[in-house]
Design a protein around this ligand. Structure first.
Ligand code: COA
Length: 257
């Protein structure tokens, strides 16, 4: 995979996507969003890939936000379209991807950067990471899902405070609020995420896809998550992975998915 703004590293069943605009602290410009979307869509249909890790190049920033220079002169209609297109092209794609996506937050994750990390299925941060939604300091609000996903993760009151103050949370506080699952040294961030990814890739990928759908259903308006769970649970019984998983258990061996 050849891209200008991102690197894709494939090792066994794991794809690491590295956002690579270090001079701009990996800010998400239009091309980077489009490349991320393309790469993720291609990896989703690659049968060999079981987990995606998204991180930023260098040790300073995961992503320092949407690229401010690209929208500073937008009008109302362009602003709305920017948010809508971005959400559809990348953020919703990541959240509902059928394979797990882990954010390895290696420094500043601000604005669109934190929104990208929050669209991932879970997050691991390096000790130097700083996270926030500073959009109101620019006279705008988060537009890539931040007003919706931050309250889901940290609770409404803390999300309101973070958004209103435009403040940053350090890695330990982010862990305390459940925004990230783990905090590790920057040097061990990727190996640590790969270890988790390896654990995941030993399990049934069809069951994991079903679990993603069922968990996400909890947060969709007008959708009964329990009903989605029942349906997805039932569907699992028609898969080869179910036969292999249950047979392996009964034969006292490890499953080969
Ligand atoms: N969009 C466009 N460019 C950005 C950017 C963004 N979101 N964030 C950083 N950059 C650029 C800077 O303009 C600078 O470019 P230059 O060297 O060509 O001037 C470069 O990245 C380095 O950033 P700089 O601000 O010099 O680094 P710093 O260490 O002093 O500060 C931050 C780091 C993250 C605190 C600061 O860059 C910042 O506040 N960024 C914007 C965060 C934000 O508001 N994000 C939400 C956008 S909606």
């Amino acid at each position: 995979m050849n891209f200008e703004n991102i690197l894709v590293d494939l090792t066994d069943h794991i794809a690491a996507i590295i956002i690579n605009r270090p001079k701009k602290l990996n800010a998400l410009n239009r091309d980077t969003i489009s490349e991320l979307s393309k790469a993720i869509s291609q990896l989703e249909v690659d049968e060999n890939i079981r987990v995606i890790i998204i991180t930023g190049s260098g040790t300073k920033a995961f992503v320092a936000g949407a690229d401010i220079s690209e929208f500073a002169d937008f009008d109302v209609a362009q602003g709305e379209l920017l948010a809508k297109k971005g959400q559809e092209t990348l953020f919703d794609l990541v959240e509902s991807l059928s394979i797990p996506v882990i954010a390895a937050v290696n420094g500043f994750a601000l604005g669109g950067g934190l929104e990208l990390a929050m669209a991932c299925h879970f997050r691991v941060a390096s000790a130097n990471a700083k996270m926030g939604l500073p959009e109101v300091s620019l006279g705008v609000i988060p537009g890539y899902g931040g007003t919706q996903r931050l309250p889901q993760l940290v609770g409404k009151g803390k999300a309101m405070e973070m958004i209103m103050t435009a403040g940053m949370m350090d890695a330990d506080e982010a862990k305390k609020y459940g925004l990230v699952n783990h905090v590790v040294d920057i040097e061990t961030l990727l190996p640590f995420c790969k270890e988790i990814a390896e654990k995941i890739s030993r399990n049934s990928s069809t069951a994991i896809s079903a679990a993603i759908k069922a968990v996400n259903a909890n947060f969709e308006d007008g959708v009964n998550g329990f009903e989605v769970e029942v349906k997805e649970f039932g569907n699992c019984f028609g898969t080869e992975d179910f036969i292999e998983g249950t047979t392996a258990f009964l034969e006292k061996r490890k499953p080969n998915f």
